[in-house]
Design a protein around this ligand. Structure first.
Ligand SMILES: NC(=O)c1ccc[n+]([C@@H]2O[C@H](COP(=O)([O-])OP(=O)(O)OC[C@H]3O[C@@H](n4cnc5c(N)ncnc54)[C@H](OP(=O)(O)O)[C@@H]3O)[C@@H](O)[C@H]2O)c1
Length: 247
């Protein structure tokens, strides 16, 4: 089956391309550096010819609300119009768990705009909302360190390994379109401060983690306690923190 991974050179995209190739599909890694641009339309129609499935795992170069919203709207509309012409039967978009809940995250509002373009389009779709990647959560821990102390709130998180997410996306791509949201998450929910304690314990980096409810761990906004964890029915991946670190 011909499958186009838009954003196929990115962190998620590279892994999805590998998982799909391992399953024997004809996979195109589409991105500006391969001559495929969803903002200008370069290479889009020609690349989608004969494709049955398109996965959109792009990211906006600027993650502020305005530019990110413009990017996701333009990119999504270009892609979906071309997919309709090409007769694509399944469009899969990667989004984030919690974007539809109350929050003050501009980037998450941009992701809602991206989802809306997909819902408004004419191509059968599945929106996959994932939790944060281990890589991202590790960067959050490091970003909230001051010398030997890391301050973090008790916001619940349920990180996932990018390779596990890629495997889920590769499976979902060849399943029937859901026409709605599928949530994907790591195996275990835990408070963010506890995640940091486990991370620093396993890596033995000697930093002390202090619980501090006033800390805004990322994007400078307060995060509601359960904003970042999925509801019941999420597809749960296997790799936990020790396994991810070992890999
Ligand atoms: N970080 C997390 O914890 C998390 C959690 C859940 C969901 N997500 C979502 O995961 C998605 C992918 O994230 P990522 O970290 O893999 O992103 P990334 O590494 O920054 O990769 C972004 C990809 O988008 C491509 N791209 C950018 N502009 C494009 C354009 N105009 N046309 C076509 N392709 C374009 C890039 O191509 P070039 O390399 O050529 O620029 C690259 O392949 C994001 O939408 C994000 O919201 C992230």
């Amino acid at each position: 089956m011909k499958i186009v991974v838009v954003g196929g050179t990115g962190m998620v995209g590279r892994n999805v391309v590998t998982k799909l190739q391992e399953r024997g599909h004809e996979v195109i890694a589409a991105a500006p550096q391969t001559g495929f641009n969803t903002l200008t339309g370069e290479g889009v129609d020609a690349t989608l010819e004969g494709a049955e499935v398109v996965l959109d795992v792009t990211n906006a170069p600027n993650m502020e609300e305005g530019p990110a919203t413009d990017f996701f709207r333009t990119s999504g509309r270009t892609l979906l119009a071309a997919e309709k012409k090409a007769g694509v039967r399944h469009h899969v978009t990667l989004s984030i768990v919690g974007v539809d809940r109350p929050h003050d995250l501009g980037y998450y509002r941009a992701k809602v705009a991206q989802e809306q373009v997909v819902r408004d389009g004419d191509v059968p779709f599945t929106i996959v909302r994932s939790t944060q990647f281990f890589e991202f959560m590790k960067a959050v821990v490091d970003g909230n360190a001051d010398g030997d102390t890391v301050r973090l709130p008790t916001t619940m998180v349920q990180p996932i390994a990018v390779t596990d997410l890629a495997a889920e996306l590769a499976s979902i791509a060849v399943e029937a379109p859901v026409g709605d949201v599928v949530e994907v998450a790591g195996p275990e929910a835990m408070p963010l401060d506890e995640f940091a304690r486990r991370l620093t314990a396993v890596t033995g980096d000697g930093r002390t983690v202090t619980t501090d409810p006033s800390v805004r761990p990322f994007f400078g906004v307060e995060l509601d306690g359960r904003l970042l964890v999925p509801g019941p029915g999420a597809r749960l991946a296997a790799t936990d923190l020790p396994a991810w670190l070992a890999a």
